[in-house]
Write a protein that binds this ligand. Structure first.
Ligand code: SF4
Length: 262
């Protein structure tokens, strides 16, 4: 669970009885393993138990899925001709490795499916890179933007995408003004125009995989809105379950950056 999900169920009194200055700091300390939920005396017992289930089950099951998927993908990569594929994937082939950009950072993939980079290697980014290479079809960018639910296989996963990607990103954008600008700088995002939004930012988790984040600030008593759109090529270049994993992983990565931002 993310620290914001934990924060949502705290009393938000900032009373300090957990020996930390605020509930937000307490939520961050729980996700970092430095505090236990029981250290907040105001936490309702039932909520406490639900949170414990979430904290103990989620990371392990996700890690297991990623590890299994990684192994399968590596077996597929071994059989591919990376030099021939490179231009079709929007990458280059250098020194026996395929170089692909993800969020503006270079990653090199060797013929055994090992991923190399000067950046910290997050498991879901490795899976994305290998799945993108192993995809049976590679489509170039179309310029046509779609909601997640309109991508192939997106309809049955739309609620999960809305709750674990878009809602978290909306909370982050609302609570950390300026965060989206920082993300643009960090990840070579490109501001987009022509959208009905206060801020529209295009990011490239993969070369032929543009993602557009549109945020509308709250106005006249109306709540803010945040929508994540995908170029139509994304639904061809990755399956929906991996696009969902990308959305969730991206939201969590931005949440960590938001903590530093604060
Ligand atoms: S004891 Fe609980 S309510 Fe008080 S600041 Fe800590 S987390 Fe918040």
């Amino acid at each position: 669970m993310t620290h914001l999900e934990i924060y949502q169920v705290l009393a938000k009194t900032n009373c300090g009885r957990c020996q930390l200055p605020s509930c937000l700091a307490f939520a961050a300390a729980v996700t970092a393993g430095q505090k236990k939920l029981a250290d907040c005396p105001l936490l309702n017992k039932q909520v406490h138990e639900q949170l414990l289930v979430g904290l103990s089950e989620q990371p392990e099951s996700e890690l297991h899925q990623f590890t299994e998927h990684l192994q399968q993908l590596k077996h597929q990569i071994v059989r591919l001709d990376l030099a021939t594929l490179a231009p079709h994937l929007g990458g280059v082939f250098q020194n026996g490795r395929l170089v692909l950009s993800s969020f503006g950072k270079d990653f090199q993939i060797d013929q055994q499916g090992q991923v190399h980079s000067e950046c910290h290697l997050i498991p879901w980014i490795k899976v994305l890179l290998l799945a993108y290479i192993a995809s049976a079809q590679h489509q170039e960018i179309t310029g046509r933007w779609l909601n997640f639910r309109d991508l192939p296989g997106g309809m049955e996963r739309r609620n999960l995408f809305a709750s674990r990607c878009e809602r978290l990103l909306k909370q982050l954008a609302d609570q950390h003004p300026g965060l989206l600008h920082d993300l643009a700088d960090l990840f070579l995002g490109v501001p987009a125009s022509g959208f009905n939004a206060d801020l529209a930012l295009i990011l490239h988790p993969l070369p032929h995989f543009p993602v557009l984040i549109c945020w509308q600030a709250p106005e006249d008593g109306m709540d803010s809105e945040l929508t994540v759109l995908f170029d139509a090529c994304c639904g061809v270049n990755l399956p929906a379950q991996l696009i969902l994993a990308l959305g969730i992983g991206m939201a969590r990565m931005f949440e960590k950056i938001a903590l530093l931002h604060k």
